[in-house]
Write a protein that binds this ligand. Structure first.
Ligand SMILES: C[S@@+](CC[C@H](N)C(=O)[O-])C[C@H]1O[C@@H](n2cnc3c(N)ncnc32)[C@H](O)[C@@H]1O
Length: 261
């Protein structure tokens, strides 16, 4: 009797990543929709796109559903998230992957192309300190063709209405607490589950050695110099070679900033 080995269920992990991220950002799909609109509006229906810090490839997935003739280079440093992304897009010739650290000054040399129509990224660049992020924005201006578009959805605040921000934040945390009681998975839980799946345990160990172990709270370290205001992003993009930049969408804690090369 021959035994049948079940195929790895990459879609399960893709969906599970999306649910975990949505617990933090219930409007995550909305920002992907606005982002994809901007790519289509500026770069057309068959753009060459760079998905920066792609994780499991959620943006690339939404983009290719809307624009099936797009071509995507997806970049990340995390071996586990890239394993899920590679599994999710297995056999899809429109997507290629690059392992790179965006803080490494030579990272653009690893890309298969020297020019892109659009660069998209979400919930990632807040991991970078001010100086490397400003440098990265200059790199992106160099990678985008004239008229190309950069879109960054991330934690960026408009501090001009603190009372309103605080009230909405309270509502959000109450909803999060209720969702947790109903079984929603947070960041630490998700990594715990991924590390215990035999499909991912080896790359989980690799990830934890390279980037730290998200199952445990981070030990207090030096205070980081990370920009949190939407205005900083707009001004830095303009200073680093973009011709226009503005906030395209926002929630209480996050913004989508768009910039034209
Ligand atoms: C919260 S995830 C977001 C992933 C994806 N964009 C999404 O919206 O689901 C943040 C991503 O940024 C990546 N990242 C953080 N710092 C990086 C760096 N220096 N170089 C490359 N990728 C990085 C992480 O590996 C991770 O995949």
């Amino acid at each position: 009797m021959t035994s049948i080995t079940p195929l790895p269920d990459w879609q399960y992990w893709q969906r599970s990543w999306d649910r975990q991220q949505e617990w933090y950002m219930p409007d995550r799909e909305e920002r992907f929709r606005v982002m994809t609109d901007a790519v289509e509006a500026v770069a057309g229906r068959a753009p060459r796109v760079l998905d920066l810090a792609c994780g499991t490839g959620s943006i690339t997935d939404r983009l290719l559903r809307r624009l099936p003739d797009a071509e995507v280079t997806a970049v990340d440093i995390d071996p586990l998230l890239l394993t899920i992304a590679r599994g999710h897009f297995s056999g899809d010739r429109r997507v290629s992957f690059v392992v790179a650290d965006l803080t490494d000054p030579g990272w653009t040399g690893l890309l298969p192309h020297t020019s892109y129509d659009a660069v998209v990224t979400a919930t990632a660049l807040h991991w970078l300190d001010t100086a490397p992020l400003a440098r990265l924005y200059g790199d992106l201006a160099g990678l985008l063709r004239a008229g190309g578009v950069f879109l960054n959805a991330d934690h960026m605040k408009d501090e001009s209405a603190p009372g309103l921000n605080a009230a909405l934040h309270t509502l959000h945390t109450e909803r999060q607490a209720r969702a947790r009681e109903e079984g929603a998975v947070d960041w630490a839980d998700w990594w715990h589950a991924a590390a215990t799946d035999p499909l991912l345990s080896e790359v989980a160990a690799e990830r934890f050695a390279l980037l730290g172990d998200p199952r445990r709270p981070k030990p207090p370290g030096e205070p980081r110099d990370r920009p949190s205001a939407t205005r900083w992003h707009v001004e830095t993009l303009l200073a680093r070679g973009f011709s226009e930049a503005r906030q395209l969408w926002c929630s209480t804690s996050d913004s989508l900033v768009a910039a034209l090369r």
